[in-house]
Design a protein around this ligand. Structure first.
Ligand code: GDP
Length: 524
């Protein structure tokens, strides 16, 4: 592909995640977007994945059992001349680590808020990750077909709770039973809500009066909304594309995903302002442009057994530059090994077709036989590229784990090694006894681990809860094994680096007082 063609291709890519608190409507809105893209034909298809009636891309068994989304996946489709990549993020709080990493692979985020509930804890957490990355965030205030909070309160909440400037792109006319439409500031028109039918568009004249719609012109709710919009014009924030690009201002859209009202309007505007893939920073503090000829990407997720019939592992790679070609040789930055990318998959929602071309912004899935780790960079040519490290989260919950059947150590070890490599749990071994200890951000991760050990590796395990601990790494040169006690257990991490698991903050402070010269760090 020549340089111009590559630049043109990259320009069409829009790669984003939808973030929300569970039940705000992420699945429903994703489904509408897939409908626009012609990926699914009927509403309810994605929904059914939750109830287990539809194996969209072979969702893991546990996901169906629990009715929650455990794993992120990728949905790619074409819409309005753009190639869309939606990276699904699990909403459950116990899976935040996986979610955080997925957010490292997107260029913008859509934040879905239940307009009756406002900002909920999980929304806030996910928002902060996006904010930290400085990516644009677009807000969809969902469930307008139900009575919700006052729109002005919702806007205030964005500014006060999240600390982001809000710019309402449209404003509801009524709400719940009285919903008659939205006043679309951006397109200067009214989109009328016709219940089961498609909405109708009514243009506004220079004085903000509906053209050829006297009924709407006389509607007191419309007049009220027009007053509110006037107030926004005078006292609200100015639309500021630069601020949006930096994540300092969020365009806000009202609508209802369930009745497909305002979703298309939102998506069309979103595609106008959402960024195409940008530059990525390396550990050497250089940047790689998406249109650079050198192919590069990083692994943000590893997942085993997406399809239980093919015992495969897939490393999800976000492409950052160049063009992917099937069968190409790449270098793995961590090991300096050469790897041929011959077995690759693409994540169209319901197929597994082999990728033809993929450029910056696209996600490819590499069948993995143990070569990859989360955070790995792959690249071609020179110079060597090694992208910035993905954030690591220090586990807080710990369990001691062992095989129930001592005769089955082999499958036990294999399972542990593979699942740990996926990054859902961290593995430690105790210094004195060589016991295996698992650390995770939340309890559910242990349950998933146990379930998968049993199901995928036929290894029944016991897990002895150790409760909450505070993990702190110690410089090996400063380590004296006698520093360890029942209140600060000495363990090794996967790399063999020593750390203490402190019983609580009090134990940590006590240690720091006793050994003032010893340097402890929270993360490696
Ligand atoms: P998720 O957990 O964020 O993926 O949320 P879902 O998309 O599964 O939606 C949670 C519930 O809210 C489901 O029962 C949906 O049918 C419902 N829901 C989603 N969007 C809307 C909406 O716009 N209006 C109403 N009334 N219900 C909605």
């Amino acid at each position: 592909m020549d340089t111009q063609k590559l630049a043109d291709e990259v320009e069409t890519r829009r790669t984003f995640a939808i973030i929300s608190h569970p039940d705000a409507g992420k699945t429903t809105i994703t489904e509408q977007l897939l409908l626009f893209g012609g990926v699914v034909r009927e509403a309810g298809t994605v929904k059914a994945r939750k109830t287990g009636n539809f194996a969209k891309s072979d969702w893991m068994e546990i996901e169906q059992k629990r009715g929650i989304s455990v794993t992120s996946s990728v949905m790619q489709f074409d819409y309005a001349g753009k190639r869309i990549n939606i990276l699904d993020t699990p909403g459950h709080e116990d899976f935040s680590e996986d979610t955080y990493r997925t957010l490292m692979a997107v260029d913008s985020a859509v934040m879905v808020i239940d307009s009756a509930k406002g900002i909920e804890p999980q929304t806030k957490k996910l928002f902060q990750i996006c904010k930290m990355r400085g990516i644009p965030i677009f807000t969809f205030m969902n469930k307008l077909d139900r009575d919700g909070r006052d729109p002005m309160d919702l806007i205030d909440q964005l500014e006060e709770v999240l600390g982001i400037e809000a710019y309402p792109m449209n404003w509801p006319i009524g709400m719940g039973k009285t919903l008659t439409g939205i006043y679309d500031r951006f397109n200067h028109r009214v989109e009328k809500y016709n219940h089961a039918d498609d909405s109708t568009l009514v243009e506004l004249d220079d004085d903000d009066n509906p053209i050829n719609d006297s009924e709407l012109a006389e509607d007191p709710q419309f007049k009220e909304t027009r007053d509110s919009v006037e107030l926004l014009e005078m006292a609200g924030n100015d639309f500021d594309q630069e601020k949006i690009a930096k994540g300092d201002q969020t365009p806000v859209f009202f609508g209802s995903a369930l009745v497909n009202f305002g979703v298309k309007t939102f998506f069309d505007a979103y595609l106008k302002f959402a960024p195409a893939p940008g530059e990525h920073k390396t550990q050497e503090d250089t940047v790689v442009a998406p249109t650079a000829e050198q192919f590069s990407g990083f692994v943000f997720k590893i997942q085993a057994n997406m399809n239980p019939n093919h015992r495969d592992r897939i490393a999800f790679v976000r492409i950052c530059s160049g063009e992917f070609e099937k069968g190409m040789d790449v270098n793995l930055a961590r090991t300096d090994k050469k790897i041929r990318l011959s077995n690759v998959t693409e994540f169209m929602a319901n197929t597994r077709e082999n990728v033809q071309t993929a450029v910056a912004g696209d996600i490819i899935g590499l069948y993995d036989t143990g070569n990859f780790q989360i955070g790995d960079t792959i690249f071609t040519g020179k110079p060597k590229i090694n992208f910035e490290k993905l954030p690591q989260f220090t586990p807080e919950l710990f369990v001691r784990v062992a095989a129930k059947n001592v005769m089955k150590q082999k499958s036990f070890h294999k399972g542990i090694q593979q699942l740990v490599q996926e990054g859902a749990v961290q593995l430690y071994t105790s210094y004195s006894t060589n016991d295996y200890i698992l650390g995770a951000v939340g309890q559910l991760q242990f349950e998933v681990f146990q379930f998968r050990m049993q199901n995928e590796y036929n290894s029944e395990i016991t897990m002895e809860p150790m409760g909450k601990k505070t993990a702190r790494w110690i410089d090996p040169d400063q380590l004296d094994e006698r520093m360890s006690s029942s209140r600060n257990l000495l363990v090794k991490d996967r790399n063999g680096d020593p750390l203490f698991l402190f019983e609580n903050q009090f134990a940590l402070r006590w240690f720091e007082d006793k050994y003032p010269d010893v340097k402890l760090t929270a993360k490696l």
